[in-house]
Design a protein around this ligand. Structure first.
Ligand code: IPM
Ligand code: MG
Length: 356
């Protein structure tokens, strides 16, 4: 398997380095060969080449079976021309690779119950949900967009626009995911206000005819934001458009108490998919061996499972090693608790490797 590795900025390089150690060990243990090649994206690409997504990076990604990404962005590039911000690199590679579906599982590790922000009686009901976020459409990419002067004042505008084929294909991903889980799909929109959402809902209902075994419900996004903290146990799979999914997936991850724990997969019609932790580049702790590498390590597990039909055992071995490491009490600063074994990024990975 050929993997294009893009560490990116901030803590990206540290966490990716640890994830690659885990990948190596899995390869040795299961007799699999992984070929890795590094590429630039985000701020480090701007520094080296002047743009956040060099053509060479796109070429390397397209020539690989999967892409592993750390994180992009940081204060150094906050004042740069918006058209070449580090984030543009991430949006650009999603579009270039046609990665229209972003899968963000949020589940509570029993070992981390204490880290959960919610009331114990709510936590007791469990959190195990998957946000399926549309990733290449909506307000993120819609045109017209811009800032211009009209009638003597500045106006800013974006266009939340979806074609039915875009809605249909992400809805299918949602239904298929629900079918493999607990059979419940909640489509989140704002159909009481937005026309684009009315079409979204219509098309999702059309697609549902092909999935009679999946229980479909609809929820307005404001209510969904509330329900996620009030009773997250009601959700199995949530499918939603790009911007709503951006917001709800951060919320879904933080209620598990551990944004530093959660992996994600961005996939399209074919290969490669892109796998990355949900968290950002955390410039405040970069280079200090404090970052939690587990989300990236778990992203490697997702990468193996989604990229190959016969690496489920390898993926499961990584997940089991992470769980065991948590059960042994190892914690990075973001998930620390009284009496834990507080460790840095490298030592956390050491423990995972030992458990592998
Ligand atoms: C995410 C991030 C990105 C997004 C940013 C960094 C462009 O917040 O992956 O959720 O908004 O999609
Ligand atoms: Mg986000």
């Amino acid at each position: 398997m050929k993997i294009c590795v893009m560490p990116g900025d901030g803590i990206g390089r540290e966490i990716v380095a640890q994830a690659l150690r885990v990948l190596d060990k899995v390869g040795a243990k299961f007799g699999k060969k992984f070929e890795t090649e590094e590429a630039l994206i985000g701020g480090c690409a701007i520094d080296a080449t002047g743009v956040p997504l060099p053509d060479e990076t796109v070429r390397l990604c397209k020539a690989s079976d999967a892409v592993l990404l750390g994180a992009v962005g940081g204060p150094k590039w906050d004042t740069i021309d918006p058209s070449i911000r580090p984030e543009r690199g991430l949006l650009g590679i999603r579009k270039e690779l046609g990665l229209f579906a972003n899968l963000r599982p949020a589940s509570l590790f029993p070992e981390l119950q204490h880290a959960c922000f919610l009331r114990p009686d709510i936590v007791a009901k469990g959190i195990d949900l998957l946000v399926v976020r549309e990733l290449t459409g909506g307000a993120y990419f819609g045109t017209p967009k811009g800032i211009e002067v009209r009638d003597g004042e500045r106006v800013g505008f974006n266009n939340m626009i979806y074609s039915e084929h875009e809605i249909r294909r992400i809805a299918k991903v949602g239904f298929e995911a629900a079918r493999k889980r607990r059979g419940q799909l909640c489509s989140v929109d704002k159909a009481n206000v937005l026309d684009v959402s009315r079409l979204w809902r219509e098309v999702v209902i059309e697609v549902s005819k092909d999935f009679p075994d999946v229980d479909l419900s609809h929820m307005y996004v404001d209510n969904a934001a509330m329900q996620l903290v009030r009773d997250p146990s009601q959700f199995d799979v949530i499918v939603t458009e790009n911007l709503f999914g951006d917001i709800l997936s951060d919320e879904a991850s933080v209620i598990t108490g551990s944004i530093g724990m959660l992996p994600s997969a961005s996939v399209g019609a074919g290969k490669p998919g892109l796998f990355e932790p949900i968290h950002g580049s955390a410039p405040d702790i970069a280079g200090q061996n404090k970052a939690n590498p587990l989300a990236t390590i778990l992203s490697v597990a997702m990468l193996l499972r989604y990229t190959s039909d016969d690496m489920a055992d390898e993926a499961a071995a990584i997940e089991a090693a992470v769980q065991k490491t948590l059960a042994q009490g190892y914690r990075t600063g973001d998930i620390r608790e009284d009496g834990c074994k507080l460790v840095g990024c490298v030592e956390m990975a050491d423990a995972v490797l030992a458990n592998l």
